[in-house]
Design a protein around this ligand. Structure first.
Ligand SMILES: *[C@@H]1O[C@H](CO)[C@@H](O)[C@H](O)[C@H]1NC(C)=O
Ligand SMILES: *[C@@H]1O[C@H](CO)[C@@H](O)[C@H](O)[C@H]1NC(C)=O
Ligand SMILES: *[C@@H]1O[C@H](CO)[C@@H](O)[C@H](O)[C@H]1NC(C)=O
Ligand SMILES: *[C@@H]1O[C@H](CO)[C@@H](O)[C@H](O)[C@H]1NC(C)=O
Ligand SMILES: [Cu+2]
Length: 720
């Protein structure tokens, strides 16, 4: 037995080395197709897997039937049956005339009701919040699921529109082809009209031209010879179309002299990439022969280590994390940390003021639905083994529910890091070597907003830290140019970006993601404290001339909590519960810890900046208000910026010892570089929510160290 395993092992190593050689020397690989199999010793039936790249789809069905789902928790999303009931009410409200549903989600019960609710209690009345359009008018409706009672909210003073539906987008994509002008212009550029695909982009709002009509701007590409058609823009043609009537309003037709960039080298699919496949000789995977350590109860309640939280998909936010609580290691009590957290709005302004580009200032959550654009995850590559997947139930434009499978994944992460450690230096004479592994739990979704992909992680650590991370990847949207080399660009000419390849400019742009974080640290009423670090002089009382001193200021009103980050004038930002103190007297708290981020350089009065004014500050704190959830406004599409976080915060309501909401804006400046072509390697940043005097001491002091004999060991096997 031992000998056989040894031989299997040798064969595996031999194959791996061969593979590496073939890869390095660019020789066709004779081994491709023979899937190496790895066998693990602890639980062999379970613990086998095929090579990562040559893998076949996982056999275990990840899908399950949702038709009989029932809600278990006040915050559970609407089920298929509930949506069907709501759809009937919507149909009869519009008396079977033409309507479109742009959002159909649970209307959360009042916070006090949810906080009081315990498992086993009857659920509070289930309500739906519906955003719809009919006869050119916006509707905002609250519908009681059981009784069918409908309440219509006044939308007469709202400037914007609800997000576009997938049906809106599908329908409008064909609109340009009804125009002879468009066909002619495409033909003049030597492009076959049958290769052309036009994608709808939100027009933003800049004044009269966008008023009153729900518009979209289509930009076209040739799909000839590449799946990465974004790299083959037909530059300068913008087809302005009315989304309600599908009528072409205007065709901007510039840039006829700009050639269509080449197709060669743009495709990123494994089957189309003609450079040798790079495969590490030894497969890597985190082994969990006994399965993961978390459970998801009643479809949405995640329990892992000392954490418990409610997790659900949302068409606008992507995911919502609610009722996040952590068990105190000293008392065993589950303590509240955050009532609700989610990505509230995005802002992606491109920095090119020319006619075909100036409007590109996307608000992806409010205009497109960050969750609606989150497609099924790719098991093993998007999320590791042992991930559990959660589906979403969304509503189509007629209100019919449908299932978006595998939209969220939940998994444990162990990357070889330490939760804490210490080795005692030999000079003290005490031999101490203590180290503990850092294991965390991640909830992830990936939104693919046409060309771009956003990977959003909520990562929970046993020491109480929540790390929120956004990773950007996918395809940079590019601009066609006549230049093939930077030496052709005149010295004083601005091409608004970087020449990435022949005839392609990656235009400079920003990405902002604003997070709604309703912190409830050990209770509803909290305060926001600016823990300012400042230089203090000793004035001759010490050989030291200066030191750094902490000066804490509690923000009394919202305006005092509009925070711009400054490296040379730093602060910590604490959300504390002033009514609850540790044994030694510190108020319990959580702090928001910024990391690499970016601030908008647009003029505050620039229309896109006004609409996305949540980027004016990195941190904001507002009074909790059930109607203030979407930092770019509830009706964000073509909005004028009248219903934004800036406007709410400028009301300057009292926030000391009140139920408050923290907002954090994460930003990225993106000056594209050649490595971003034809598809962009992932870049990421994030921020932390970290306990600060929340626990009496290090909460993971008694976490167990790893012991070799308890860990699974993988051995090579020659054949299946
Ligand atoms: C709508 O706006 C007008 C003008 O600002 C104002 O007089 C009116 O009261 C508003 N209506 C509602 C329902 O808010
Ligand atoms: C434009 O071209 C498309 C594709 O060939 C065709 O279906 C359509 O009828 C043309 N439209 C006009 C107005 O000529
Ligand atoms: C602490 O900060 C506040 C607010 O900025 C300021 O008014 C006060 O003078 C500072 N106190 C000290 C001792 O520096
Ligand atoms: C709650 O938010 C809505 C929408 O911004 C606003 O109309 C209302 O005045 C707010 N209520 C309070 C008490 O601030
Ligand atoms: Cu970017």
């Amino acid at each position: 037995m031992e000998g056989k395993n040894f031989l299997r092992c040798l064969f595996f190593i031999f194959s791996a080395v061969l593979l590496m050689l073939f890869t390095i020397f660019n020789i066709p690989n004779p081994l491709s197709g023979t899937a190496e199999l790895i066998e693990c010793s602890t639980n062999s039936a379970w613990c086998t897997s095929k090579n990562r790249i040559l893998r076949h789809p996982t056999t275990a069905s990840l899908h399950h039937d949702h038709t009989a789902d029932v809600p278990h928790h006040p915050l559970d999303p609407l089920t298929i049956q509930e949506m069907n009931k709501v759809q009937k009410v919507i149909k009869s409200f519009f008396e079977n005339s033409v309507y479109s549903v742009h959002s159909l989600v649970l209307e959360d019960p009042d916070k006090e009701v949810v906080v009081e609710w315990e498992k086993g209690d009857p659920l509070p009345p289930r309500k739906a919040s519906v955003m719809a359009r009919a006869a050119g008018k916006n509707y905002l409706l609250t519908i009681d699921v059981e009784s069918g009672e409908l309440r219509e909210h006044d939308t007469s003073n709202i400037t914007g529109f609800p997000l576009v539906t997938l049906e809106d987008m599908q329908k409008v994509m064909s609109a340009p082809f009804a125009s002879a002008h468009f066909n002619r212009s495409i033909a003049e550029r030597g492009v076959d009209i049958n290769d052309v695909a036009c994608l709808p982009f939100s027009p933003g709002w800049f004044g009269k031209a966008e008023d009153g009509r729900r518009l979209v701007k289509l930009e076209c590409f040739t799909t000839k010879d590449t799946a990465n058609f974004y790299m083959r823009p037909i530059e300068g043609i913008i087809i302005v179309t009315d989304l309600d009537t599908n009528e072409v309003v205007e065709i901007v037709d510039k840039g006829k002299h700009i050639p269509i960039p080449k197709a060669a080298g743009t495709d990123y699919r494994l089957s189309a990439v003609n450079t040798p496949i790079i495969k590490l000789p030894n497969p890597i995977s985190m082994e969990q022969p006994n399965g993961p350590n978390f459970v998801i109860e009643d479809e949405h309640l995640v329990k892992w280590a000392n954490w418990e939280f409610h997790l659900k998909a949302d068409p606008r936010a992507g995911v919502m994390v609610s009722r996040a609580k952590i068990r105190d290691p000293d008392t065993g009590v589950l303590r509240n940390v955050m009532y609700q957290g989610f990505s509230s709005e995005l802002f992606v302004p491109y920095m090119d003021p020319e006619e075909a580009w100036y409007f590109k200032t996307y608000m992806d959550a409010g205009e497109y639905g960050f969750g609606l654009q989150a497609l099924a995850l790719d098991p093993l590559n998007d999320c590791p083994r042992n991930a559990k997947y959660m589906d979403a139930i969304f509503a189509a434009a007629d209100g019919t529910p449908y299932v978006r499978s595998n939209m969220i994944c939940v998994f444990e992460r162990y990357a070889g890091d330490a939760a804490w450690r210490h080795t005692e230096s030999p000079i003290t004479g005490t031999e101490i070597r203590e180290a503990r592994p850092k294991i965390s739990l991640v909830a992830r979704f990936v939104a693919s907003l046409a060309n771009y992909d956003y990977v959003v992680d909520w990562e929970f650590h046993a020491d109480g830290l929540i790390h929120i991370k956004v990773a950007l990847t996918g395809i940079v949207i590019v601009k066609g140019t006549s230049y093939v080399n930077t030496n052709q660009v005149k010295e004083d000419e601005d091409i608004y970006g970087t020449l990435l390849s022949e005839n392609i400019v990656g235009v400079v742009h920003d990405h902002y993601i604003n997070f709604y974080l309703d912190m409830d640290v050990d209770g509803l009423d909290n305060s926001f404290v600016n823990v300012h670090l400042q230089r203090e002089y000793t004035n001759g009382k010490s050989p030291r001339r200066s030191y750094m001193k902490v000066n804490k200021t509690v923000a009394k009103t919202e305006k005092e909590a509009q925070i711009k980050l400054k490296l040379y004038d730093p602060s910590e930002f604490h959300v504390i519960n002033p009514n609850k103190r540790t044994k030694v007297g510190n108020p319990v708290g959580y702090k928001v810890v910024p990391a690499g981020t970016a601030a908008s350089l647009l003029d505050p009065e620039d229309p896109p900046q006004k609409r996305s004014s949540f980027t004016n500050n990195q941190i904001w704190v507002t009074r909790y208000n059930k109607s203030e959830l979407w930092s770019g406004g509830l009706f964000a599409y073509q909005s004028h910026g009248e219903d934004t976080l800036q406007v709410w915060s400028d009301r300057d309501r009292p926030i000391e010892n009140k139920d408050i909401v923290l907002w954090y804006t994460l930003g990225f400046h993106h000056v594209p570089c050649q490595e971003d072509y034809p598809i962009m390697p992932t870049v990421s940043s994030g921020f932390d929510l970290k306990p600060v005097n929340f626990f009496e001491r290090n909460p993971v002091l008694s976490i167990a160290p790893y012991v070799e004999s308890e860990l699974p060991v993988c051995k090579a096997a020659a054949s299946a």
